[in-house]
Write a protein that binds this ligand. Structure first.
Ligand code: NAD
Length: 475
């Protein structure tokens, strides 16, 4: 397969080239392997104009008509899922089977969201009047996505925005533009022209989008720092926003768990996708009674982990997706070493010029160490000892973030009590990394603003129009 194929923007259903192009780097080698267009103001304006022009007809299609189109778009992914998965591995680094898992899940997600409905809410039906709330599409939506789940996180925006009657201009991360450019290409003959536009570009394109007056809403997933900039830009015209941001998720492991049974699940909950997941466990609080046993078991798994090129059979963990993130994680590890903390380093990583980092556990560091307080977004996990429930709840909540958390215990009632004390948008009991199209996902505190997924997420792509209808008796 030729990965250096020609990639184009999709604007108004047509391929668009640009004067300048940028490299896409394979994080397993550190080498550029493809080029993509660099969109600027002209391409952004054209995409917004196309999305605006497409709005009336897309809205007029109604839920049924749009549903058909979206299900056709999901089906169009299926025959290309292997091609997309290989492209995914090349640009993102994740092992092939897991990359394919995300592509397949994306197709499933579109269908599941497309089957949802937002019927009118009847909020009063009295003798004199009926009052209904209708859910109207907002207009043109700007979607800005990160590089860690480049397909699924785009689809979390595309599917609900489009089924609700909006049109969209999507900007992938500059580090992972290929899969979404390719998706838009596959959908050129399926979605009406202008309904879904994809423009790749460099760092300047994000702020250009958030400043563009043509957008009714900005749906953003990325870091908390960038999320604040998006909110500031959106405030100028009171544009609607949804922000899915960073996290520093705590898992609390109670002493009654069966260590042999839970260790592997805990390990993958922290390190899946080389720990580049917003909802990965990033602080693991382990009760002192089982601390040594669980630490040793996690360390055994880290030593057995196969870290390497995602296209090679047997690879369990790929590289860090990009150079700046690699440097960030490496400096966090170096800082922990300089601080004199005990680092337990897992299996060796390949020496290929790629951005590989060994899976690393930090043995009971102090609570204020940067490796505990910062979102690592890479394979370095602090294991922290606790003895008292009130104390561990306070430590878990001592963060500006509030994305997700987990409690692990054989006593589900006790776990539920603890779960209710965690200040996070999602809490799992004896589980991790779970989400689904019908389940709302939102960050508390500085982990987000608004909701994605579920009926609440769908509503965020609409505005409520309240209509008062008098009854005959009152006339
Ligand atoms: P990032 O904030 O650097 O970039 C995200 C996107 O925003 C990219 O497309 C980028 O080009 C664009 N961007 C950059 N500056 C911008 C600006 N000023 N205005 C508008 N757009 C701009 O984040 P990242 O490094 O790509 O992703 C990692 C972060 O994303 C982590 O903090 C992670 O926790 C978070 N994340 C959150 C979720 C969630 O659902 N809560 C999911 C995945 C990742």
């Amino acid at each position: 397969m030729d990965f250096s194929a020609h990639y184009t923007l999709t604007i108004n259903g047509k391929p668009v080239e640009t004067a300048t192009q940028m490299d896409v780097v394979n994080p397993a080698t550190g080498q550029a392997f493809a080029k993509v267009p660099v969109a600027g103001q002209a391409e952004l304006d054209a995409a917004v104009d196309a999305a605006k022009a497409a709005l009336p007809a897309w809205k007029a299609l109604g839920w049924e008509g749009r549903r058909e189109k979206l299900i056709a778009a999901a089906r169009a992914i299926e025959p290309h899922s292997e091609e997309l998965a290989r492209l995914f591995v090349m640009e993102q680094g994740r092992p092939y089977d897991m990359a394919k898992g995300e592509v397949d899940l994306g197709a499933y997600w579109i269908k599941a969201v497309a089957r949802q409905d937002l019927s009118d809410d009847v909020v009063e039906d009295s003798d004199t009047r009926k009052v209904i709330v209708r859910h109207e599409p907002l207009g043109v939506v700007a979607a800005i996505v990160p590089w860690n789940f480049p397909v699924l996180l785009a689809i979390w925006k595309i599917a609900p925005a489009l089924i609700a009657g909006n049109t969209m201009v999507l900007k992938p991360s500059p580090f992972t533009p290929l899969c979404t450019l390719r998706l838009a290409e596959l959908w050129r003959d399926i979605l009406p022209a202008g309904v879904f536009n994809v423009i790749s570009g460099e760092n300047e394109l994000g702020p250009m989008m958030t400043a563009h007056p043509g957008f009714a809403k900005i749906s953003f997933t990325g870091s908390t720092a960038t999320g604040k900039r998006v909110m500031e830009a959106a405030s100028r015209d009171l544009r609607r926003i949804t922000l899915e941001l960073g996290g520093n998720d705590a898992a609390i492991i109670m002493p009654d768990v069966d260590v042999a049974k839970v260790a592997q699940k805990l390990f993958f909950g922290a390190f899946y996708n080389s720990a580049q997941i917003c909802i990965a466990t990033k602080r693991m609080y382990i009760h002192e009674d089982i601390y040594d046993e669980l630490r040793d078991e996690l360390f055994r798994l880290a030593r057995e982990a196969v870290v390497g090129d995602g296209l090679q059979q047997g690879t369990m963990f790929g590289p860090i997706q990009n150079r700046p993130q690699f440097d960030r994680v490496m400096s966090l590890i170096a800082g922990a070493r300089e601080q004199g903390l005990t680092l337990l380093e897992g299996s060796a990583v390949p020496d290929t010029g790629g951005y590989f980092i060994p899976i690393t556990l930090v043995d009971n560091p102090p609570e204020d160490a940067p490796v505990v307080t910062e979102e690592a977004f890479g394979p370095v996990l602090p294991l922290l000892k606790f003895s008292d429930v009130d104390d561990v709840v306070a430590r878990a909540n001592n963060s500006e973030y509030g994305l997700a958390g987990a409690v692990w215990s054989d006593d589900v009632d006790q776990a539920f009590e603890i779960a209710n004390r965690l200040e996070t948008g999602t809490v799992w009991i004896n589980d991790n990394l779970q989400n689904a199209p019908h389940i709302p996902f939102a960050g508390a505190k500085q982990s987000g603003y608004g909701v994605e997924n579920g009926a609440e997420g769908l509503r965020e792509f609409t505005w409520p129009r309240t209509v008062f209808i008098p009854k005959a008796k009152a006339r």
